[in-house]
Design a binder for this molecule. Sequence first.
Ligand code: ATP
Ligand code: MG
Length: 247
Amino acid sequence: MKDPVIIFEKVSKSYPLYHNLMGIKRFLFSFTKSLRAFKNSRFEALRDISFEVYRGETFGIIGRNGAGKSTILGLIAGVLKPTQGKVLVRGRIASLLELGGGFHWELTGRENIMLNGILLGLTREEVRKKMDAIIEFSELGEFIDQPIRVYSSGMLARLGFSVVAHLDPEILLVDEILTVGDINFQRKCLEKMLNFKKNGTTIVFVSHSMEDIKRLCDRVMWIENHNIKMIGEPEEVVSNYIKFVNS
Ligand SMILES: Nc1ncnc2c1ncn2[C@@H]1O[C@H](COP(=O)(O)OP(=O)(O)OP(=O)(O)O)[C@@H](O)[C@H]1O
Ligand SMILES: [Mg+2]
């Protein structure tokens, strides 16, 4: 039984194009005209896309830089609103959208774990109980009590993933997080994601690593030119994508 937990119905997402505001002089001297130009000039990142993600599947999204993959994750997470169309999501979401998204730079790793745990829906007591396990998973050692502004990007990824790894989401969104971790941590993340998968968590996974995509995903969607180019078996979609990019 296919039970859709994420549904995109004819979704479009456009962003304002900021360069129209850059001409400050023109903006000041011809305010209404500039405003109109600003309103009308939008960049359409996604155009009229429809797809479903089923409960328990691992759904990969691939495509070139700027294709709209992160935009799709943002729409699922609810941090972005569609310009047109409908996005329906059923289930508790945990997301690793961008590095340091929910982090506070002056707080230590330990304090950020507390902050993020609470932001992601746990109680203070629940985070406290999981704290040691999260810190151990992160392997950050003494850095855990340093403010995270001194962390490298890989260390930030470790912190972020470690918090998410100890939550119990129904839907997990992962955007390209594995690439900044070292080989050991990448392996650990992959194992953890396979574990989530085994336990029935629905996963939406964006990556440029075709190996990881093939290893993890049940289905893959390829985004090209603001639209869905193909949805299907990982092997087939990936090989078509590689052929397309290399031609
Ligand atoms: N906040 C924003 N304001 C304006 N344009 C944006 C914004 N966020 C994304 N875009 C544009 O939307 C398009 C899609 O961006 P998106 O980040 O979804 O791509 P992506 O597929 O995740 O790319 P990458 O592989 O590089 O991560 C890009 O052309 C980008 O410039
Ligand atoms: Mg992206």
